[in-house]
Design a protein around this ligand. Structure first.
Ligand code: AMP
Length: 473
């Protein structure tokens, strides 16, 4: 097994890799890094989640001279979200070396980006439109950009940016080194590569469904009007650390977000009709792990790497098997496992079969507690889960709702402690505690209900009075 040190990376880059905690190169990194360090042009077929950012980012940063205040490397991305994500990664990888990475993307004030460019910046990561704009304002000079990366080129193509990409490439030195990454390689992308890459080496991650292999996949048939309830059931039963719920359109995204919010869930929406500021806010709280559930459209969530995502829920069946792979690629990141649940209506069975043929993996029917045994998956410990123990007596449990939640700093163990201390019950009698923003759900054996209501009501939880009620339904 290759180590990062064997890839000829410089000590300051290796130290940064240690800082971010990568132990060994992913396959795309192992193949790409030596080629780029040799100066070859590379065409990489890899999805988000493969580790492609470090595959091009580490050699790029190794090239850059931090004492020279010129733009020495340019990374073009199709979307602002990817732009921000790549910038954050490159900043981390280049931190030890002191490389200045500037992000330029639309929807944010151009002036502050101009100021950052004036202040220096050896690496620019930008969306196509904003890069073009800054060039035309003479704020961005590319004559010294010896290293150019086109990230997610197929997305640029889909978004109609190819012509602009070519214009930008024409302004960079002919002697530059170019790397192109794309999840798929349609004809237009191959032509672009033929024209702008010099004798490129093609690098593929062996199995294009690699990310999919680490994801347990389920399907759940639900009629349109029953979908919300089915989703709530999934969320309650799966208790994801972080979930992305994908919907087909911006309007459905907004509607579903409101419905879930009105049910008291800690959820936000991400779609293209939101202002840039609102989108950034959502992204920041999701990436930091504070936000457990994100309802998103495909475009808004394109290419996002959210390493904490344990669940992808397709509220709407993806429009194509490729979109499916893209969506579920947000979970089961390098070396981790995830769960993907796709809801479908009976008339969409054919779409589901097409997806299964594409991935080569059959989706098991989802049911509460369902696991797929056949896949090589090690389920991650869930942060909020309690071991399941048989219920007392006739096994019936009742669900309670408690006022007070995350907003009050309450965690599941606080609720359990408060109740066990007040009632003398065993900790395992209090189950399935799920803390939301302003309240918490929990279950207790029906046989103990009176005792819990009588003794635990009014108990102290982190300075708040515990108030319990029977949950409806
Ligand atoms: P990317 O495909 O570049 O978006 O990377 C996907 C995720 O994998 C990111 O969260 C990276 O931080 C992480 N990652 C990249 N390379 C490695 C590695 N060699 N070991 C562990 N995690 C990695």
């Amino acid at each position: 097994m290759t180590t990062f040190a064997e890839l000829n990376l410089a000590p300051d880059i290796l130290a940064a890799i240690r800082d971010v905690g990568y132990e060994q190169p992913s396959p795309i990194q192992e193949q790409t890094i030596p080629l780029l360090l040799e100066g070859r042009d590379v065409m990489g077929q890899a999805q988000t989640g493969s580790g492609k950012t470090a595959a091009f980012g580490l050699p790029l940063l190794q090239y850059v001279d931090p004492s020279e205040n010129e733009v020495q490397a340019l990374v073009l991305t199709p979307t602002r979200e990817l732009c921000i994500q790549v910038t954050q990664a490159l900043r981390a990888y280049g931190a030890r070396k002191g490389v200045d990475v500037v992000a330029v993307f639309g929807g944010a004030p151009i002036r502050s980006q101009q100021a950052q460019l004036r202040a220096g910046g050896q690496v620019v990561v930008g969306t196509v439109g904003r890069v073009k704009d800054l060039i035309s304002r003479h704020s961005l000079m590319l004559h010294a950009a010896r290293f150019v990366v086109l990230d997610e080129a197929d997305e640029m193509l889909d978004l109609g940016f190819l012509e602009d990409v070519e214009k930008i490439l024409a302004l960079t030195p002919g002697s530059r080194q170019t790397a192109l990454f794309s999840a798929t390689m349609p004809g237009e992308i191959r032509r672009l590569a033929e024209q702008y890459l010099l004798d490129p080496v093609t690098v593929k991650v062996k199995n294009p469904t690699l990310t999919v292999d680490t994801v347990e996949q389920f399907g759940l048939e639900a009629k349109g009007p029953e979908k919300v309830e089915a989703l709530v059931k999934i969320l309650e039963s799966e208790r994801p650390e972080q979930a992305i719920v994908f919907v087909r359109t911006k309007i459905r995204c907004e509607q579903l977000f409101r419905t879930l919010r009105d049910k008291g869930m800690d959820v936000r929406a991400l779609h293209g009709d939101m202002t840039q500021g609102a989108r950034d806010g959502v992204m920041i709280s999701f990436k930091s792990g504070r936000l457990p559930v994100l309802v998103a459209t495909d475009v808004a969530a394109r290419g996002l790497d959210i390493s904490g995502v344990t669940h992808v829920i397709n509220y709407d069946v993806p429009t194509s098997p490729d979109v499916y792979v893209h969506r579920i690629g947000r979970t089961g990141r390098v070396g981790r496992s995830g769960r993907a649940i796709t809801m479908y209506e009976s008339r969409q069975k054919r779409d589901m079969e097409a997806i299964e043929r594409h991935t080569g993996v059959a989706m098991a029917p989802w049911a509460p507690g369902a696991h797929v045994a056949a896949l090589p998956v090690t389920p991650k410990p869930r942060r909020h889960s309690k071991p399941h123990v048989p219920a007392d007596g006739d096994g019936r449990v009742v669900k309670l709702i408690a006022a007070g939640g995350r907003a009050e700093g309450i965690e599941p163990r606080d609720v359990i402690q408060a109740i066990t201390a007040a009632t003398g019950l065993d900790g395992e009698a209090v189950r399935n505690v799920r803390v939301l923003e302003r309240f918490a759900f929990l279950e207790v054996p029906e046989a103990e209900l009176d005792r819990v209501l009588e003794h635990a009501n009014g108990a102290d939880v982190r300075g708040h009075e515990l108030r319990l009620e029977l949950a409806r339904g």
